[in-house]
Design a protein around this ligand. Structure first.
Ligand code: 6R9
Length: 677
């Protein structure tokens, strides 16, 4: 079967292009053998996951593998088991032979722009364990205890993973807010969680420019009544305002703790909350996805082995930001449970030079590299020279994440970066799944690669591509990507989504009625071999350079501007970022459309939401296409944005009559004719 007719970013999907890696043959298995193994794992999925869970250390074992929680579709994994993920990441190694193994190599942004002097900090497992105990001790002195809620708004500095681990140790619930988010976005998350403590930093450098993070935090703190204390990490040394009685410097507080501070890790229930991470959905405010200690640790431990084949002489480098789920699972908790040496960096991929990553891979001898499609497409534009001037022969496994990877970007990664000898995969998962669900698994059984595919569902993960009734679609046909059975690492008790059990049920379990399937929100195609190719979101969520953003959130940011009456945002394909938002705006009486106001609105989004979501174009219309009941015809807007012909549109809006859609389409396209901003 060919991938004809199914394409991504204009490239056909190569369903039948099999790539075999000769030096991996010893673990290369036939597709059929993998499928058979997988089939057995999902048929007995509780037994399967129980055997996987035995690979990590529990304070005391579970009594029951899986149990229904008190709310629909919320499950408790490894019921009765006692565990603490911080113990697995630190104490376990410190007690064993990894005590003096290098845990973290951190490289700061080269501040002078020339690459030197480069600031590097390195920590062994023992050194990290000591730091984290001190931090935990200090937090305890400040009154932070099990179940307390803490927000982290920090740049990519070692203190960020340290905070995560210290809070996990105490059993406190934390939420990390991406340091590129605005004060409004920070405040929304702090208030939803009800955090009493905020940890932030004075500032940090990005592309040689100082970002005054504390100033943004101060703005948010004007409307966050639950915050009692703020801890500030000194990073950039910029002037900041410290509020008496509320704000404390981390280094000053740490100076007061005993050098040999030790805090016993809390004995957490397997299904106790580790963290809440906010992510964008179709409507409304961001959703706080809950993850637990036990199930989450089981999934991360397994995927570190299966997918990254992590071994003790590996140097592992994941380029994500800890503000997103990839950073939680595959910079901090996963690699540290696995006892890996991880590389973490501050700054940008192309600053001071476009070879920053390649230089780092060479400098530290990185062997396992986890990257993103947008980054690859961006770096491809500089050609092969920046890659080729470095010795990347230490690399052995490469994966990408965050959005679909187009076949040509995959080929570049495989041939140019990986020298046609490393498996290259595209790991599919999401904030909700906690860890990787669909991927090549070179550490388990490597089936032949295909450029751009996600590969097969992992063992124990019952993922499939189905129609609206939950029936599998034919190979090569587009359908909805679902997970049919619960998995460890799924949204955790008590409510899956922080404070919103009903919304949890409705968002993920209502699309396909009465089957109990978790609907991811993605479209996907399964080819004849059972490989899955995720084709992008089926809902109003955008993936801009891999960042997850709700169109609704951007529309709210736009209408909060005094000149805007209404706004609709749609994603359009972009060669580098995969997708970018464009905005259709109805101005209020008295405001005139034009390039100035378009620029002003872009600036507004940048400040009120964050720089990652600035629309590439703003179009002005006198009205938005709406159904008779007053709802924006979203799919029509999207179709017009991507230039789909009317024929494809009429069937799209469930709520409106064909004629109504046709008319709205014509009016809308007419209003847009000749507009360029
Ligand atoms: C880990 C992460 C989740 C959404 C997901 C899908 C897209 C992630 C992908 C991918 C195709 C891959 N996505 N990885 N699409 N191939 N390898 O990105 O989590 O930010 O919650 O986004 O990202 O659309 O539904 P999150």
């Amino acid at each position: 079967m060919s991938g004809e007719g199914v394409s991504f970013l204009g490239e056909p999907l190569p369903f039948s292009e099999y790539i075999e890696l000769p030096n991996w043959r010893h673990r290369h298995v036939g597709i059929e053998a993998y499928r058979e193994f997988w089939r057995r794992s999902v048929e007995n999925h509780e037994d399967f996951w129980a055997s996987v869970a035995r690979e990590i250390e529990w304070f005391s074992p579970w009594e029951k593998v899986l149990e229904k929680g008190e709310h629909p579709h919320v499950y408790r994994w490894f019921v009765g088991g006692k565990i603490n993920i911080s113990y697995l990441c630190l104490d376990k190694h410190v007690r064993g032979w990894r005590k003096n193994k290098l845990a973290l190599i951190w490289e700061g942004e080269p501040v002078d722009g020339k690459g030197e002097p480069r600031e590097v900090r390195k920590f062994t497992y023992y050194e990290l364990w000591r730091e984290i105990n001190k931090i935990a001790y200090m937090l305890k002195e400040l009154g932070i205890k099990r179940g307390d809620k803490v927000a982290l708004y920090m740049p990519m500095i070692p203190e960020l993973p340290m905070m995560l681990l210290a809070l996990a140790r105490l059993g406190a619930i934390f939420t990390v807010i991406f340091s590129g988010f605005s004060a409004e976005n920070l405040a929304i998350r702090i208030n939803d969680l009800g955090a009493s403590l905020l940890v932030t930093a004075d500032g940090f450098y990005r592309r040689g420019r100082l970002i005054n993070l504390k100033e943004v935090a101060d703005k948010a703190l004007e409307s966050t009544p639950s915050i009692e204390r703020v801890i500030v990490v000194k990073r950039a040394g910029n002037e900041v305002r410290m509020k008496q009685g509320r704000d404390l410097w981390l280094h000053e507080e740490l100076a007061k703790t005993p050098a040999a501070a030790y805090v016993e890790p809390e004995r957490m229930n397997s299904d106790d909350i580790l963290y809440v991470l906010y992510t964008s959905g179709t409507t409304g405010k961001p959703k706080g996805i809950i993850h637990d200690h036990g199930g989450y640790a089981v999934l991360l431990n397994a995927t570190m082995k299966w997918i990254f084949d992590i071994r003790d002489d590996d140097i592992y480098f994941c380029v994500a930001d800890i503000g997103w789920v990839t950073g939680h699972s595959y910079i901090v908790f996963g690699p540290m449970i696995a006892g890996a040496t991880l590389v973490m960096y501050e700054g940008s991929l192309d600053y001071p030079e476009p070879d920053r990553w390649w230089a780092m891979i060479e400098r530290y001898g990185v062997s396992v590299f986890y990257t993103t499609p947008t980054a690859v497409r961006m770096l491809m534009r500089f050609g092969e020279e920046p890659v080729k001037k470095h010795n990347l022969s230490t690399l052995r496994i490469i994966h990408s994440v965050g959005e679909p990877i187009n076949p040509s970007a995959w080929r570049w990664l495989y041939e140019v970066v990986g020298d046609s000898r490393c498996p290259v995969g595209s790991t599919w998962w999401m904030t909700e799944t906690g860890g990787i669900m669909i991927s090549h698994a070179p550490g388990l059984m490597l089936v032949p690669l295909k450029p751009g595919t996600n590969g097969m569902p992992l063992p124990g993960v019952d993922a499939d591509v189905v129609d609206e009734n939950g029936e599998p679609v034919k190979p090569g046909e587009r359908g909805l990507l679902v997970i049919k059975k619960p998995w460890p690492g799924m949204p955790a008790p008590p409510t899956g989504m922080w404070g919103e059990p009903e919304r949890y049920r409705q968002v993920y379990f209502e699309k396909i009625k009465d089957r109990g399937f978790f609907f991811s929100g993605d479209y996907a195609v399964k080819d004849g071999d059972g490989y899955i190719w995720v084709a992008g979101r089926a809902d109003e969520v955008l993936k801009v350079a891999g960042h997850r953003i709700g169109t609704y959130e951007l529309e709210s940011a736009l209408v909060s501007h005094k000149a805007v009456a209404e706004a609709a945002v749609a994603g359009v394909p972009d060669e580098v970022k995969g997708e970018v938002p464009i905005a259709y705006v109805v101005l209020k009486e008295g405001y005139k459309p034009g390039p100035e106001i378009a620029e002003e609105l872009k600036r507004w989004v940048k400040e009120s939401f964050g720089p990652i979501a600035v629309p590439s174009n703003v179009f002005f219309v006198s009205k938005l296409p709406k159904t008779r009941s007053g709802k924006i015809m979203r799919r029509l807007v999207k179709a017009v944005a991507v230039g789909k012909p009317l024929g494809d549109v009429t069937t799209l809006e469930d709520e409106a009559a064909v004629e109504e859609v046709r008319q709205a389409y014509e009016e809308f396209t007419k209003a847009l004719r000749g507009q360029k901003t």
